[in-house]
Write a protein that binds this ligand. Structure first.
Ligand code: ADP
Length: 225
């Protein structure tokens, strides 16, 4: 079997740091049918997760030999969820890179921390506090019901259908030309989300999901309802 497929089929992950972030992430993976080995220096945290995780180990991952002993090189996916311990986070990540783990996600607590993690070879860096802060800001400002930034300048935002598209086929509203956004999904009152087409006619009170640049999605969400 080619290596890529083998990796794709490998539903095992190593999660280092079982704080709030690492703990929730590990539990979610287990719920999703993954085998998860959780590691933390804090025995109490390891104990608290031991019933849920496939394997849980008390260990200090800043030591190369320890990482080998727990079998870190056998994992193709690892998450370094040590946020507030900068030195430990950087050391652990660089050791995993050296051991050849092919997909490493690392949690950063600041942009500088994120830059270092990228530089030493982490494949994916997440900044949960920053990202959630930005997301909630869009919700607090009251124009969007939900907001997800997909890329540096691409987002999805849900909002009540603005007045000027109510009762009109989406294909005839000129939304893409005028507002540079695409409505990808719609939720009827009391219904579930479904995909939107050029023939879809939004009604008053429907919720729509708009895709486009952050600025364009914001502008669309602020239109009169
Ligand atoms: P959160 O904000 O998600 O709760 P923290 O940064 O507070 O995250 O928690 C990180 C976890 O990582 C803690 O449980 C801590 O004990 C663990 N940890 C810190 N250093 C190491 C290390 N060298 N090896 C393994 N686990 C570590």
């Amino acid at each position: 079997m080619p290596r890529r497929n083998k990796e794709k089929d490998d539903k095992r992950a190593l999660v280092i740091g079982l704080g709030r972030f690492g703990g929730s992430l590990a539990r979610e993976l287990v719920n999703d049918g993954w085998e998860v080995m959780g590691v933390d220096t804090n025995a109490r945290r390891v104990q608290a997760q031991s019933d849920i995780l496939t394997q849980s180990v008390v260990a200090d991952t800043t030591d190369d030999e320890t990482l080998r002993q727990i079998g870190a090189p056998d994992f193709s996916r690892a998450v370094v969820a040590i946020g507030s311990h900068l030195e430990e986070s950087i050391l652990t990540t660089s050791l995993l890179v050296d051991l050849g783990v092919s997909h490493i996600w690392a949690k950063a607590t600041s942009r500088r921390h994120a830059r270092i993690l990228h530089q030493i070879g982490a494949h994916h860096v997440v900044l949960p506090e920053h990202d959630m802060g930005e997301r909630v800001a869009h919700l607090v400002s009251g124009r969007m019901l939900d907001f997800v930034e997909i890329d540096e300048d691409f987002a999805l935002g849900s909002t009540e259908a603005p007045q000027f598209i109510v009762g009109h086929k989406l294909g005839e509203t000129g939304l893409r030309g005028k507002y540079r956004i695409t409505i990808v999904s719609i939720k009827r009152r009391g219904g579930a989300f479904t995909y939107a087409t050029a023939e879809t006619v939004p009604k008053q009170g429907d919720i729509v999901i708009a895709a486009g640049s952050i600025r364009d999605v914001e502008r669309f969400a602020s239109l009169e309802k």
